[in-house]
Design a protein around this ligand. Structure first.
Ligand code: TMP
Length: 236
């Protein structure tokens, strides 16, 4: 049976979420819209939605095969993915293997500095506040997640890092950093959202060229080409 889109229940900067006839399932639709700096900068990356849908499908499937539970059910077509319904935890989990982006700015550490142990950070998912950095105690005290949920999230995020790093390394890509989102589904914590060049920093292992949304954020050009190359290396 074909899964049909019901009412749109949420529109984000890069995706739309629709109901389906099954109350336990949503359709996640990937748009070409690109934003940066909390939507102060806006643009379009041609066919980004199609590529992010495919890249996310491949990476969610890989993670499931390694025992990381995710919301992914199946890719329905070019831009739509069937996912399990989640009660989203309002925390963005960032893992960094190499210092870049906001951490480089905030701490004055040169971009490209490697760290021996991955750094895990939490940001409160709140556009009006520009997603501020928070710590574990804040997440627990404000009841965004329990201590036990946070332990699960931490160990899942580190496993995602190990799995993706090794998969990407074989494809000539350095996983610099990335952002994950988690949610609850029948009492279980599942990895949600998407994993793609919008939400990760990917550097080419040989040339150190950026192959992710930083090309759009920083006006580096060849944005579509970078997404296509990641799609080719990850999915083939
Ligand atoms: P940052 O260095 O700007 O904090 O970003 C860290 C990682 O998180 C990077 O891989 C890009 C990703 N990210 C998102 O997915 N969404 C966001 O809104 C931001 C700011 C970063």
């Amino acid at each position: 049976m074909q899964t049909k889109k019901g009412r749109m229940i949420y529109e984000g900067k890069a995706k739309k979420i629709y109901n389906t006839a099954d109350s336990g399932l949503y359709i996640q639709h990937f748009k070409d819209d690109a934003t940066a700096f909390n939507a102060k900068k806006r643009g379009t990356i041609v066919n980004k939605g199609i590529m992010n849908n495919k890249i996310s499908e491949r990476l969610f499937t890989l993670l499931e095969s390694k025992g990381v539970p995710t919301h992914f059910v199946k890719r329905l077509n070019d831009r739509d993915m069937l996912v399990k319904r989640l009660e989203i935890i309002p925390v963005e989990v960032v893992i960094r293997n190499v210092i870049a982006g906001s951490m480089s700015k905030r701490l004055g550490v040169e971009e490209g500095t490697k760290v021996k142990k991955p750094i895990l950070e939490f940001y409160y998912k709140k556009d009006e506040l520009d997603d501020p950095l928070v710590n574990d105690d804040t997440v627990i005290a404000l009841e965004w997640a329990t201590l036990s949920e946070l332990k699960t999230i931490r160990s899942m995020a580190l496993k995602v890092n190990r799995t993706l790093r090794s998969y990407l390394d074989k494809r000539g890509i350095i996983l610099v950093d990335f952002k994950l989102e988690f949610g609850r589904n029948n009492g279980q914590i599942l990895l949600g959202d998407e994993i793609c060049p919008d939400t990760c920093r990917f550097w080419d292992k040989k040339t150190m060229e950026k192959m992710d949304k930083d090309r759009f954020r920083r006006d580096l050009g060849k944005v579509e080409e970078a997404y296509q190359e990641v799609c080719r290396r990850v999915c083939e």
